[in-house]
Design a protein around this ligand. Structure first.
Ligand code: ARG
Ligand code: ZN
Length: 877
């Protein structure tokens, strides 16, 4: 059934308090729930109480101590003719061992874990499983002490004692009312790293990171990140930790990245475990941002939660924005202001790589969706990353201080409540009366309501006589499924002017009194002209600085203008953007017409960047990294993935050849002078140096490939070791096979490292399906472990377009087979993989033609989950 946003009805009953007792057993766990229920003021006395339940067995139900008749519903039970307040006791049983969906209570190895967001709690007990029902939870856990010596749940440990039968009993109490999706428990053999901290407010807290024995030496970075998160939220937003104890637990079988359960965050091991020998710089970065993200949810998500799942971006968009700001601030501590820009560029690259295609395809949906079949399908780049851009635009419109005021008002109005995206926007606007956000608040709300990426077109005219520059901006947005007509949105355009000599040109914008180097234009009409005054020379406009809005910009500039911006713009984002556009304007004609021209002007510009001592290595690396194949595909009317891949490779080879002397120079000058640190500066040097090695290997030069092999053997950190291995595999070096074998032998017992090893091969240029099948026959491959399944199958189907799309359609047949196999085990993971074919209609012949029958046959398979069915249905509609 399709759930619609406008169908929302407030719950008729509140459950003020609940005590859950778990007798944990892998085959059959018994759950006794005792609830204090109260009819909501205003609800009809006849209103039924609806309880969700899925894959659980009801054993008894008592109302005020007596058996009570209930009715079965689709997906739960219903109680009628209820008193105004009552005690409800329900006993159920479930099978954690049989729970391969990893939603609800499940086993990972020999241990119990839970994942309740969005609708996993109903797989544990009968409950009104919706985020606007908030309760105080007391949790009693009982389990065999010899196998599960650690028993954890949300909040504070009230007591723990051994029972006569060899079991351990722990009682946990969470002082804060919370929705069921934030419930969690863990029963396992674990060890933990502990840290006591004192908050700015003077309160003491215990921080813990729990992992399996043997992984303790990989917890330092997660703990450092957690401490930094606590300090940052206090400093930037005045938000302190509200619990005595805050726990992170790592689990190796997990559908997503991590989960913000109150006081007991549960993480995919991938986002906790790191030491220099096993984790790359990118892993360190991800851990920092995910630890921050989940911690920041404690206020934006847990203290104030979502009224219903359509409001998911209320917590996710805001929390992604917060984790992005956190990472920027931390990067700036070690790398200065340019580190901020590097982080911003990386975030925009992700947005364009994953969200823009989504917004242009069959799954396009507003940041606040209007309907869904399976809510798990809507944990998307649109809700997360575009949602974060919407929050960022608010900050741009009201300023940093205004944004902080808005946050304060949001908390003073809504702490402890389940609210909507509109409530957040209202708090921001109300806290900043007279701001552009306040003035245009209604129209700004379209960012939540309209799907699709708006396209901006800019045209400028300089008038020397009046010293004015008139910038005309137009906006339009293509129709998306269910939304034929689009209205103009509020688009903040940060901009400056650059002279032909590269110098910044000052100007006076509209009503502003002073002359300055930059302005914020707020576009609200389909077409609007802005007159800039006191402009001394014909300028090149530098528009959308810092990517001030998630739009596609047609700036109408030519190569010459872009070369100037690349060399001189004071805005680092737009310098990088100029390089991307210069690359695109060479790549796109080559994809269409076949002849790639890499001209001297472009090469000289890149060389100048590489040689500029004032530029950050991390920034140089970004400038020298071509737009991804996926992003190139989005620029084209018809997609021929192998052709895009060949062109992309040809361009990389050209850069390798033409800049060879510079790559060699970089390799030598960037040699490290001390041991490994994952900080911004060191990681940036490593990244650029390894990019140099990658290019040098591409040349096929035996000497450089030999050097790479040497590094696979004796690098002192995983970044250098893995980048060298990737350089060998990516250049199809003869030594690649031997290097892969060496690497596998060395890291056979490190699952996260082996995930990289699997992924590297599944993503290798020219990977054949038989090679993918061979990886799946590896003794360490398992379809049941999401990380491992993704490392091979998703990497091939979603991360290797040049090899996956084949004229014979064999890639599609493989994809369909794996979606079916995964769907029977874990629909959430299968539905993600199903999205590999989102853009099939844009594929050039013969790809689209061979994809369609395969997709139709898969969609017709009767046993398919609602999750996967929803994705395929939209793709084929
Ligand atoms: N709230 C989690 C996070 O963003 C993600 C949970 C996703 N769960 C799901 N079933 N899709 O940090
Ligand atoms: Zn989140």
């Amino acid at each position: 059934p399709v759930i619609s946003r406008l169908q929302y009805e407030a719950p008729a009953y509140a459950i003020d308090q609940v005590t859950l007792e778990f007798d944990l057993d892998p085959e059959r766990t018994r759950v006794k729930s005792r609830m204090q229920v109260r009819r909501m003021p205003g609800a009809a006395p006849t209103a039924p109480l609806l309880l969700d339940g899925e894959d659980i067995t009801l054993q008894s139900l008592l109302l005020d101590g007596k058996p009570y008749v209930y009715a079965q519903t689709d997906g739960g039970i219903r109680l009628d003719k209820l008193p105004e307040t009552f005690a409800l006791e329900i006993v159920t049983a479930c099978s954690p061992r049989g729970n391969t969906r990893l939603s609800g209570l499940y086993m990972s190895g020999d241990a119990f874990f839970t994942q309740c967001e969005a609708e996993g709690f109903r797989r544990i007990t009968y409950w009104p499983d919706r985020p606007d029902v908030m309760s105080r939870f007391t949790v009693v856990l009982r389990a065999d002490k010899s196998i599960y010596p650690v028993l954890l749940s949300n909040g504070n440990l009230r007591s723990q004692r051994p029972l006569d039968d060899g079991r351990l009993e722990a009682v946990w109490e969470d002082p804060f009312p919370k929705p069921s999706y934030l419930f969690a428990l863990v029963a396992a053999r674990l060890v933990c790293r502990e840290q006591r901290i004192r908050s700015r407010a003077g309160r003491e807290h215990l921080l813990q990171v729990y992992v399996r024995e043997g992984d303790l030496d990989k917890t330092d970075h997660a703990m450092q990140s957690l401490m930094a998160s606590v300090a940052w939220d206090e400093q930037r937003f005045g938000l302190s930790l509200d619990l005595d104890r805050f726990m992170i637990v790592a689990v190796s079988d997990f559908n997503m990245g991590a989960m913000e359960n109150k006081g007991l965050n549960i993480f995919n091991t991938k986002y906790v475990l790191a030491n220099p020998a096993t984790a790359t710089d990118a892993d360190y970065q991800h851990i920092e941002s995910v630890v921050g993200h989940e911690y920041f949810h404690n206020w934006t998500g847990n203290r104030i939660t979502c009224r219903d799942w359509f409001q998911l971006s209320l917590k996710e968009g805001l929390t992604v924005f917060r984790d992005q700001e956190f990472s920027q601030d931390l990067a700036a501590q070690s790398g200065g202001e340019s580190a901020r820009a590097v982080k911003r560029i990386e975030d925009v690259r992700t947005l364009r790589a994953v969200q823009f295609p989504e917004d242009a395809g069959p799954m396009a949906h507003p940041v606040r969706p209007d309907s869904y079949v399976a809510i798990d399908n809507f944990y998307t780049p649109t809700v997360y990353e575009k949602g974060a851009e919407v929050v960022r635009m608010m900050q741009t419109l009201v300023g940093r201080a205004g944004f902080a005021k808005g946050m304060q008002l949001y908390f003073s109005r809504h702490d402890g409540q389940a609210v909507t995206c509109d409530d957040f926007l209202a708090a921001m606007a109300d806290a900043n009366p007279g701001s552009a956000l306040d003035t245009h608040r209604q129209q700004f709300g379209l960012w939540y309501a309209q799907a699709g990426t708006p396209r901006l077109r800019a045209q400028g005219r300089f008038d020397a006589a009046s010293r004015t520059y008139t910038l005309t901006l137009t906006q339009a947005c293509q129709p998306t499924p269910g939304q034929g007509e689009k209205q103009a949105q509020v688009v903040p355009v940060r901009m400056g002017l650059v002279g032909r000599d590269g110098a910044a040109l000052a100007f006076r914008a509209g009503d502003r009194t002073g002359r300055g180097p930059e302005a914020l234009l707020v576009l609200t009409q389909p077409e609007q002209s802005f007159v800039l005054h006191e402009v001394d020379a014909d300028p090149i406009p530098s528009l959308l600085r810092g990517f001030s809005a998630p739009v596609i910009l047609d700036d109408g500039l030519g190569d010459a203008d872009r070369l100037i911006l690349l060399a001189h713009d004071t805005d680092p984002f737009n310098r990088w953007e100029a390089a991307q556009r210069l690359a695109l304007s060479r790549l796109l004609p080559a994809v269409c017409e076949g002849d790639l021209k890499v001209d001297a002007a472009y090469l000289d510009a890149l060389r100048a960047v590489l040689r500029d001592p004032a530029l950050d290595p991390a920034f140089k690396e970004l400038v020298l990294t071509l737009p991804s194949e996926g992003y190139i595909a989005e620029q084209l009317g018809e997609i021929d993935p192998p052709r895009i891949h060949q062109t992309h490779q040809a361009m990389r080879l050209a850069l390798a050849q033409q800049l060879q002397a510079d790559w060699e120079q970089l390799w030598h000058t960037l040699a490290p002078n001390r041991g490994y640190s994952p900080d911004f500066a060191d990681a940036g040097r490593r990244g650029l140096r390894n990019l140099a090695l990658t290019h040098l290997c591409l040349l096929g030069d035996a000497q450089w490939q030999g050097r790479a092999y040497q590094r696979v053997k004796d690098a002192d950190n995983m970044t250098d070791r893995f980048d060298a291995l990737a350089a060998l595999v990516g250049s199809r070096a003869q030594l690649a096979e031997a290097a892969l074998q060496r690497f596998a032998a060395q890291f056979a017992h490190e699952p996260l490292v082996m995930d990289k090893w699997f992924a590297l091969q599944a993503g290798a240029p020219g990977a054949e399906i038989e090679a993918i099948r061979a990886l799946m026959r590896h003794a360490d491959f398992s379809l049941r472990n999401p990380n491992r399944a993704r490392s091979v199958i998703s990497t091939f189907c979603q991360g290797n377009p040049g090899a996956f799309h084949r004229a014979d359609g064999a890639g599609y047949a493989f994809w369909a087979e794996q979606v079916r196999a995964l769907d029977a085990i874990n629909p959430q993971v299968a539905a993600r993989l199903a999205r590999a074919m989102d853009r099939w209609r844009k594929l050039a012949p013969p790809y689209a033609q061979s994809a369609e029958p395969v997709m139709r046959e898969l969609a017709a398979h009767p046993g398919l989950s609602a999750d996967t069915r929803e994705i395929l249905g939209k793709a084929l509609a």
